[in-house]
Design a protein around this ligand. Structure first.
Ligand code: ZN
Length: 485
């Protein structure tokens, strides 16, 4: 009897996500799983795709996103990700999550950037999960709980102080409930105003919930500039105090006086990694993006307005030009544009390459799906690593590039049966042309679909083709963390 599949992709270059070498072969999918890999000359399928040597890899896992609302808005909302080959997004980063705290008024920045005010309706993680089940996305979702969201829930607007023991206990309890309902860990954004008054001990008290539920500790650290080494030590202290594996978010050395300091940060992280599980994600750009009020403007750092509630017409404009036009200081202009977001050109290419090439790195976009004029990382991160950095610059081979977006990420976050091409694994797949793949999103034209990403499948269903764009197939699921035994 001949084998029959739902889908066979023939004559592909298979890059399996483990970092191991590519090989030529066919891959067969039935339902939501890869059922066979090898020579499928004798098999047939309802749909057959001729890859003609192009690459089939596990679908990419975006290690760092703010897609908490975007995944609730229907499959087409995720074109910015499926067009890059992304099949799973990690949401709830930087201390910001849509659950488990409902909010009746607009929360302080940067919390307000993650969704429209009417979306703060989830008073439990179970409610968020239920909504996701009712209106699935095109991609899978893996969710963290944000310390900043918990803090506003427990402390209201009185945030410029440490939490009391009772408030920290309330946050710990909410976190424990959310973890029991399927969230994967805790994120913090200790850099930001609503959280920077939280001392290390407050975070440890809240994070205590991670111990029992084997959750992760993920952090936008307190300081990614002058105090970056101290912040790495604080991060490890928090994780170790509660026995939680650690992920440092969007690792960088920010501000001109810190350029080159990845020579110090990476060896420090490495030393910790020898005896404790720690990893980091990064995005392949020398500009960051965050709330316009987050960093004081300075003349040696170019800032572009990404979004502004009171002045939407300024999106895409240079902050210093806006200030000149208004006859005010850049700081005053930033204040007038708030609530709003900006793109800050504050990193060095040397650090980006060193951090990206490091074996502990994973790729995460950190894109802002709600910005009017977003940072190009929202649409370009993954193809930019595959094309310009791996193929053109030769920073690492394609197998390593894929590993940093798939197998490594699945292992760090504890996402079972994904991030790898294996018989029995879920059929999250991307078909791309290694010779032509590249990002097209730029700082001036950020909403551009990448070249060379030909088709993306989530749980066996096609969610994107380069020829036809996004399908409206709600193929995504909520994924749960499986901690290593
Ligand atoms: Zn962040």
């Amino acid at each position: 009897m001949t084998l029959r599949c739902d889908l066979i992709i023939r004559d592909a270059t298979l890059i399996d996500g483990t970092g191991g070498p590519r090989r030529r072969g066919d891959i067969g999918v039935t339902g939501d799983r890869i059922v066979v890999i090898g020579d499928l000359g004798a098999a047939s399928a309802d749909r057959e795709v001729m890859a003609e040597g192009r690459v089939v890899a596990p679908g990419f896992i975006d290690a760092h996103t703010h897609d908490d609302q975007a995944v609730l808005c229907g499959p087409a909302c995720m074109l910015c990700k499926t067009s890059q080959g992304v099949t799973t997004v990690v949401v709830g980063n930087c201390g910001i999550s849509l659950a488990p705290v409902a909010m009746s008024e607009r929360p302080p920045p940067p919390l307000d950037g993650v969704c429209l005010p009417e979306w703060w309706i989830f008073d439990s993680f179970a409610a968020y999960a239920e909504r996701l089940e009712k209106t699935p996305s095109a991609v899978n979702t893996f969710a963290l709980i944000g310390h900043m969201s918990l803090r506003v829930g427990a402390m209201g607007r009185d945030l410029d102080r440490p939490a009391t023991d009772a408030e920290a206990e309330r946050m710990r309890k909410w976190l424990a409930e959310a973890l029991a309902e399927g969230a994967a860990g805790l994120s913090t954004g200790l850099f930001y105003a609503p959280s920077k008054h939280a001392p290390t001990d407050e975070v440890i008290a809240v994070a205590e919930a991670l111990r029992e539920h084997k959750g992760l500790y993920v952090t936008h650290m307190r300081d990614e500039a002058d105090g970056v080494l101290d912040s790495i030590e604080e991060t490890l202290r928090i994780g170790q105090s509660v026995g939680a594996p650690v992920v440092i978010s969007h690792h960088k050395c920010a501000q001109p006086e810190n350029h080159g300091r990845s020579k110090e940060t990476l060896p420090l992280i490495e030393r910790h990694a020898m005896r404790y599980p720690v990893a980091f994600d990064m995005y392949p750009y020398t500009a960051s993006s965050t709330s316009l009020g987050a960093r004081k403007p300075r003349p040696d750092v170019k800032v572009t307005v990404a979004t502004s509630v009171p002045h939407p017409e300024m999106a895409g404009r240079d902050l210093f030009e806006v200030a000149e036009e208004w006859g005010v200081s850049a700081e005053e202009a930033a204040a007038r544009l708030m609530p709003g977001g900006g793109v800050f050109h504050n990193m060095a290419e040397e650090d980006i390459r060193r951090i990206m090439a490091h074996p502990l790195s994973m790729i995460g976009s950190d894109g802002g799906p709600n910005a009017k004029h977003p940072h190009p990382r929202l649409w370009g991160t993954f193809p930019r690593v595959l094309g310009p950095y791996s193929r053109d610059l030769g920073l690492f081979d394609l197998e390593t590039a894929v590993h940093k977006m798939t197998g490594r990420t699945a292992a760090v976050f504890g996402i079972p049966d994904r991030g790898v091409l294996r018989e029995g694994a879920f059929a999250d797949l991307v078909l791309f042309d290694a010779a032509t793949v590249r990002d097209r999103a730029t700082f001036t034209e950020p909403r551009q679909v990448a070249d060379g990403i030909l088709e993306t499948w989530v749980n066996g269903q096609s969610v994107y083709t380069h020829a036809a764009g996004a399908s409206d197939t709600p193929a995504g699921r909520l994924l749960h963390r499986q901690a290593a035994a």
